[in-house]
Design a protein around this ligand. Structure first.
Ligand code: DAH
Length: 334
């Protein structure tokens, strides 16, 4: 019996290797493993064996049965994938796959992220639904400060709001990571305002924050210049004006010459020829302290780039509302 089992196994192994189509596989399976198949015929002989032989040969029979099941399963797998290959007709024309494109804001964001990564800045994300504290109070804008009037937004329950700027992350990041710190925070912000060609209730900013020992305005300006040349890949005219923001001291406005009209005046630059692109300044000591940083040891700069404006400048888009419109005719151009 032992011999019969072993030669059956060898025979099946050989025959499986020689089959040429999946029908033959089915035939072999019936012939050997079916209810009336050869394996069962041999196993029937078990009961006629001597009592002492039965356990050993019973075990062998089981092993051979399992081995054969595995062999057949393998062949079935091979033949089923061959079947699929036969169904594929490579001469048929291909099916066109619709591939989306990145949003222009995403394209510019990635460009800026890569420029800043090379300068040792990490990219952080944070809440768009924010508390009054991180959006205003921690940034030296107390409840009665008039600066709040310029940034009205959508208020939610419990003194929470949709953040009006990415500056909400300044104190959060300092509290979490301490100094020295180098990071940028791109993201969506909201304002409660009527829309026109250059205003929308939803737009994107990109905040930058660097805090370390001996940081000066020189570091700020050099970093801003590196950023602009990374995005525009050409020289752009800029001007620096004093600007007031409660969370920086001193504060500046960096403007660039309008690239839509080349400075002649258009709806994007409100006929002035210049576009406010990058408010910035040296981090106010009160903000550092709110972030648990000793302002006598550390200093830093911050900037709040209007990412959406930057995108409009770069691609010469003359209406901000196109960006959030979801209009595929617009989006497919990028
Ligand atoms: N958060 C300000 C805004 O949205 C912009 C800003 C100004 C950010 C000066 C800064 C900064 O980091 O230093 O109007």
């Amino acid at each position: 019996m032992e011999n019969k089992l072993k030669s059956l196994r060898n025979l099946i192994e050989r025959e499986l290797q020689e089959i040429k189509d999946s029908g033959k596989l089915e035939e072999l399976k019936n012939k050997y493993l079916g209810r009336k198949g050869e394996l069962n015929q041999i196993l029937k002989g078990l009961k006629d064996l001597a009592e002492s032989e039965r356990p050993r040969l019973g075990q062998l029979a089981n092993e051979v049965k399992e081995e054969l099941a595995v062999l057949f399963a393998k062949s079935e797998k091979v033949w089923s994938s061959k079947g699929q290959a036969e169904d594929l007709d490579p001469s048929l024309p291909g099916i066109k796959n619709e591939v989306g494109t990145l949003h222009p804001s995403t394209l510019v964001q990635y460009e800026i992220e890569s420029a800043f990564s090379q300068m040792g800045f990490a990219v952080y994300d944070g809440p768009q639904l924010e508390s009054d504290y991180y959006n205003f109070t921690a940034l030296n804008i107390p409840a009665d400060h008039p600066a709040r009037d310029t940034q009205d937004t959508f208020w939610l329950e419990g003194n929470n709001l949709l953040r009006t700027h990415t500056s909400n992350l300044q104190v959060r990041m300092l509290q979490k990571y301490g100094a020295p710190f180098r990071g940028i925070f791109p993201g969506r912000v909201s304002r409660y305002e009527s829309t026109d060609a250059s205003h929308d209730h939803t737009f994107f900013q990109l905040e930058g924050l660097m805090v370390d020992k001996d940081i000066t305005i020189g570091n700020l300006i050099a970093t801003m210049k590196a950023l602009l040349s990374a995005v525009f890949k050409r020289e752009v005219d800029v001007r620096l004006r004093p600007g007031f923001f409660p969370f920086v001291e001193p504060g500046f406005e960096m403007d660039i010459k309008c690239l839509v009209c080349e400075g002649k005046g258009c709806s994007v630059c409100k006929q002035s020829g210049w576009v406010e692109l990058m408010p910035c300044g040296m981090v106010h000591p009160k903000v550092l302290e709110a972030g648990n940083i000793d302002s006598k040891i550390y200093s830093g700069f911050a900037f709040g780039l209007g990412l959406t404006r930057m995108v409009m400048m770069k691609y010469r888009i003359d209406d901000i509302r196109l960006l959030e419109s979801g209009d595929l005719r617009f989006l497919k151009q990028f």
